[in-house]
Design a protein around this ligand. Structure first.
Ligand code: ADP
Ligand code: ZN
Ligand code: ZN
Length: 671
């Protein structure tokens, strides 16, 4: 039976039958295994067109680059339900699937483009890209995405576009905007919050071409789209584009690769681009011929709205243990009096990060991790955010019996309670009580909870919104005029060299939630503000933030990165080992380092000593890592490719004793 490359097949494996992809034709001259006798294919899912060359190349590249097996990536890239369907069931499913929608019959756009949007789109049409759309929060980047998609769909009758966002919770709003513009049938979503049947339906629509537009999170980068012509990566700097388990791929980087391979234009959008993308989009200057990306700048907010004024509160001048400064409370109070909304941002969920005994010094350590368990008051539990270990809060100190154990520090739950107490005597303009709400991973656990909580904010049913970074990103809130970060200092002196970049991005994003509706501000005779409470008001990060000057911030960071030889001027990978003991983990890494000495490329790659991870033990597993770095991506890749078989071998040797697993993280996001 002749099977086309890319065809989905069912093949016997042991006594089971599993899904497979016919990868390529075998040739006896090139493939030493070609002589091996193989079992015949059990069935071809021929109701489906084969997976294209571009898709297979993408999967093969991702496997190679991120040091994983081809099968693992391919399988993860296909919808889970496809694994369980026979050819007959699949054919039946396809018949039920909505007929080709065509789509692209764009409803006429209601808004006139701003000059900056028009300029960005004009350049997008004539230049090859990849593009970095560097647009302030509220500059109308989404409108640029919508228009570039509209132009494409109108010009090419079958063309498809892929639009990615970093988080599931940003998909509903975006989906609504795309469906309003292009019709519900032309748009499908792909993200991990969907049921398996939903994912299969979306995948089939994309693969068959009926879906002209696929919206999704990082997994969508692997969607099979035979007529892909445009890829948008919104908030391209967002760390969620990097998968943090299994195959640790960067969906943003794969999007750029895929765009080049398939001749699709790529737009990376952000108000605070990753330093990698910023550097790659630098204009030519002097000797430097510039980066390979084209930068499209949209500095102004739509409707001539101003970016919020940034106010720094010097916490050194506040009474000790102040949580919310008087000035900030006054400012929030004024917003409440005018019927406007405020947002208070704290990147730590739960009630308090630690519960402690004042008598004997006991703390709520997790017995399985080198971390404290977080106190959640709502269900009176101590929960480990690393291994999940959960217990009821003890009535008294487990060590000394003291009944007075107390929370130390605060998370969003406690902040919400605290704000409730502070604003209890205050009345809204209509005389009713102040409404405080919280959005974080805990408040949104139930299906649909996040949507209803966001809807309440949009409907103006909330006066003060407390939350984690979940509320900082992307949302187009219309009535929030004040945003505050009450304790952002932690990231200023982190050992992770990307921490300041992440903090700056997060604060700019948070600021971007305030004053998005210029007409509303005018009508209210109000203005937007971003408040930051800090012990380091002189820090250059904050002075750049005050001026909304990402470029200055980036320049400073890049100067440090050049001097220290760090990304984007170097390329990194981590080798990590998990073991029963820290010694075993480090011994494995050191042996691995020695084994790499003889590999090609080794002389151009620096291997640092093995060190424990910041959270050294999780779920009774000791973790260690080794950083490897090179000025040449090719040299690093070459070393990794040669290393892989040695690592597998080493695991079976005495050096691998006690090692539970090892993994390679290429272009790691956190170190
Ligand atoms: P960004 O993604 O850059 O933060 P959005 O695309 O969400 O910004 O746009 C901010 C707001 O401005 C949205 O409410 C959007 O509908 C509106 N908007 C965008 N472009 C225009 C335009 N050309 N004219 C009027 N309003 C616009
Ligand atoms: Zn005690
Ligand atoms: Zn734990």
């Amino acid at each position: 039976m002749a099977v086309a490359p890319g065809a989905l097949v069912r093949v016997p494996l042991g006594r089971r039958e599993v899904l497979g992809v016919a990868w390529a034709a075998r040739s006896a001259d090139e493939d030493p295994d070609a002589a091996i006798e193989l079992k015949p294919v059990a069935g071809v899912l021929d109701a489906l067109p084969p997976l294209g060359d571009g898709w297979r190349d993408l999967v093969a590249f991702a496997a190679r680059y991120y040091q994983r097996s081809l099968g693992e990536i391919a399988l993860a890239a296909l919808p889970p339900q496809l694994r369980d369907l026979s050819a007959v069931q699949l054919a039946r499913r396809l018949k039920r699937q909505a007929p080709a929608a065509g789509g692209g019959a764009a409803a006429p756009p209601e808004v006139a483009l701003t000059a900056e949007q028009a300029e960005a789109l004009a350049r997008f049409e004539v230049e090859p890209g990849p593009f970095l759309l560097y647009g302030s929060t509220g500059s109308g980047k989404t409108e640029v995405y919508l228009r570039s998609v509209a132009t494409l769909l109108a010009r090419e009758p079958a063309a498809q576009a892929l639009v990615m966002v970093p988080e599931i919770n940003l998909t509903p709003q975006l989906e609504a905007r795309f469906k309003a513009r292009f019709g519900a049938d032309a748009v499908v979503s792909l993200h991990s919050g969907m049921t398996n049947p939903q994912r299969l339906a979306s995948w089939l629509a994309a693969h068959g071409g009926a879906a002209r537009i696929v919206l999704g999170t990082r997994m969508a980068v692997f969607a099979s789209m035979p007529a892909l012509r445009l890829i948008v990566v919104d908030e391209e700097h967002d760390p969620s584009y990097k998968q943090q388990e299994g195959a640790r791929y960067s969906a943003r980087d794969l999007a750029v690769w895929r765009g080049r391979r398939e001749g699709a234009k790529v737009i990376l959008g952000s108000a605070t681009p990753s330093l990698e993308s910023w550097h790659r989009s630098r204009p030519a200057e002097g000797e430097d011929t510039g980066g390979s990306y084209r930068r499209l700048a949209m500095p102004s907010r739509v409707g001539a709205g101003a970016l919020p004024a940034v106010r720094l509160v010097d916490m050194n001048l506040q009474p000790p243990k102040t949580v919310l400064s008087g000035a900030l409370l006054d400012a929030i109070g004024q917003r409440i009096a005018r019927g406007e909304q405020s947002m208070v941002f704290l990147n730590r969920r739960g009630y308090a990060p630690v519960l402690a005994c004042g008598d004997c010094g006991w703390k709520s350590e997790c017995p399985h991790c080198s971390a404290f368990r977080v106190f959640h008051k709502i269900d009176r539990t101590l929960r480990c955010h690393h291994c999940g270990f959960t217990e009821r809060v003890p009535r008294a100190c487990p060590a000394c019996g003291n009944p007075d154990i107390a929370p130390v520090g605060r998370g969003t739950e406690r902040l919400e309670e605290h704000l409730g107490e502070l604003f209890a005597p205050v009345r809204r303009p209509d005389g009713s009580a102040v409404r405080i709400a919280r959005i974080d991973a805990d408040s949104t656990r139930k299906q649909g909870a996040l949507e209803s909580q966001l809807a309440a904010v949009h409907a103006g049913e909330v006066d003060v919104l407390v939350g984690t970074q979940m509320i900082a990103k992307g949302h187009d809130f219309r009535r929030i005029t004040l945003v505050s970060a009450i304790n952002p200092d932690g990231a200023l002196f982190s050992s992770d060299f990307r921490a300041p970049e992440r903090l700056f991005g997060l604060l700019m994003q948070s600021a971007g939630r305030a004053g998005r509706d210029a007409a509303y501000l005018t009508a209210q005779q109000s203005s937007a503000e971003m408040w930051i409470q800090t012990h380091h008001p002189q820090h250059p990060l904050f002075s750049a933030l005050r001026r909304h000057d990402y470029a200055a911030f980036a320049q400073g960071e890049l100067a440090e990165r050049v001097a220290a030889g760090m990304p984007p001027f170097a390329f990194q990978a981590l080798l990590r080992a998990d073991a029963r003991t820290q010694e075993a983990a480090q011994a494995f890494l050191n042996a691995a380092s020695n084994a790499a000495d003889a590999l090609p490329g080794a002389d151009r790659v620096t291997r640092y000593p093995a060190v424990p991870l910041t959270i050294q033990r999780v779920a009774n597993v000791e973790r260690a890592q080794m950083l490897i770095e090179s000025g040449s991506r090719a040299a690093l890749q070459k070393l990794l490719a040669g290393w892989q078989p040695l690592l597998h071998e080493l695991r079976r040797q005495p050096e691998g004793k006690g090692v539970i697993r090892w993994l390679v993280d290429v272009d790691p996001q956190a170190i």
